[in-house]
Design a protein around this ligand. Structure first.
Ligand SMILES: [Ca+2]
Ligand SMILES: [Ca+2]
Length: 390
């Protein structure tokens, strides 16, 4: 499915301008997970045991590469805690056993980056008890003075989060710039299959901003002027002006909620992690294409016309489309544009009313494409209303 879909993407982008192609600029660091077995030891380190937040899972090596993906698996599985100490003071000493195992991999000691684009394509388990995440941590300083960026968190009660955080005057106490979006309101209302699909998370990080995107949607942007620690007692003054490592994990319980009625094992699929270090330049989109330019007469409102695609030479680009007013007649009110899951350069065009050929053989819409840096391109696209198709 994945490969066919990507092939279609390429076909859409070629429409209207065969001389342009998508950027071939390779990432400066990436893992496509195209190997087999354990994750690449030159890139990733497994966390072990109980780690944080009084989560229920015991981390072990429950992650492997398979069919071009990294699979992180959470299991309902009882394991002894070697750090068990009945008279211990810490939560991780008091537990004799764990009822769950899972995995967390991080690039600590192997890879760090500062500024640029990071993009991750993944499918997450959206169920009670699960807390999958894609995040970064600053290299120096104690948490949270080192800085944390959460491209993705999913947890109870069925919400997607995108956060940056910094220190406060109290140790181990963070100040959060957080966005929380209910999955059923923001995602499945547009795409009922949202939970079962792959999505693309993008971080655009430069000297001025940290911006976080999910598919083609900007979820959170934090100015560097806010990402300043109030004290340097436990770390740097500016936690997002230092290199960060990358973490991928699937926690169980704590913020994830109650897993007792959830069916295990759970699988978190990661297709790739790509980083373009210090990529802060931008070229504007140069064309917009529609994959199918005709619609059968008399279809109900909400019928799909086709997918919009864009040509933009920047790697890992994220594009938002909108219908705009301009010179000349357009029929923008007869169409709507919504995002397409798992894509950052495509969107779907749908009708908002029934279209009759007798009212005219064509309709035109004026579409604007806006990329990460706010560069735009506009085009009028003609759509045929075809009476011969039933
Ligand atoms: Ca892959
Ligand atoms: Ca661009």
């Amino acid at each position: 499915m994945t490969k066919i879909h990507l092939f279609c993407v390429a076909a859409v982008i070629v429409i209207g301008s065969p001389s342009h192609a998508q950027s071939k600029l390779p990432p400066t660091w990436a893992d496509e997970f195209s190997g087999t077995g354990v994750p690449d030891r030159n890139k990733w380190v497994f966390e072990q045991g109980f780690q944080r937040n009084e989560e229920l899972q015991y981390y072990q090596n429950n992650a492997w590469q398979e069919k071009g993906e990294l699979i992180i698996e959470a299991r309902r599985e009882k394991v002894p805690n070697p750090k068990y100490n009945p008279s211990g003071k810490s939560w991780y000493e008091k537990r004799q056993f764990s009822e769950f195992t899972s995995a967390s991999v991080r690039t600590v000691g192997k890879y760090y980056f500062q500024y640029g684009r990071m993009q991750v394509r993944a499918k997450i388990p959206c169920v009670a008890g699960a807390w999958p995440a894609i995040w970064t941590l600053g290299k120096t300083g104690e948490w949270p003075s080192n800085g944390e960026c959460d491209l993705l968190e999913y947890y109870k009660p069925d919400i997607i989060l995108a956060n940056t955080l910094k220190a406060t005057h109290r140790p181990y106490n963070a100040a959060w710039d957080t966005v929380k979006l209910p999955v059923n309101k923001h995602f499945t209302s547009v795409d009922p299959q949202w939970r079962d699909q792959y999505h693309v998370w993008t971080m655009q990080w430069d000297e001025d901003y940290v911006r976080l995107y999910l598919d083609s949607v900007l979820l959170n942007d934090t100015p560097q002027s806010w990402l300043v620690n109030p004290t340097t007692q436990w770390g740097p003054k500016e936690p997002f002006k230092q290199p960060h490592e990358i973490l991928l994990n699937l926690a169980i319980g704590a913020n994830g909620g109650d897993p007792s009625k959830t069916t295990f094992p759970l699988r978190y699929h990661i297709d790739y992690v790509r980083v373009w270090e210090r990529y802060t330049k931008n070229t504007a989109p140069t064309n917009i294409g529609l994959s199918k330019k005709s619609i059968a007469e008399g279809l109900p409102a909400g019928a799909v016309v086709g997918n919009l695609g864009v040509i933009d030479e920047d790697p890992a680009e994220v594009v938002r489309y909108s219908l705009v007013k301009g010179d000349g007649a357009t029929h923008n009110d007869a169409f709507s544009i919504s995002f397409l899951s798992g894509e950052t350069r495509l969107s779907v065009v749908k009708t908002t009313k029934q279209l009759k050929h007798a009212d005219g053989p064509t309709r035109s819409i004026r579409v604007r494409a806006t990329d990460i840096e706010g560069a735009t391109f506009e085009k009028v696209i003609i759509i045929q209303v075809d009476p011969s198709v039933r």
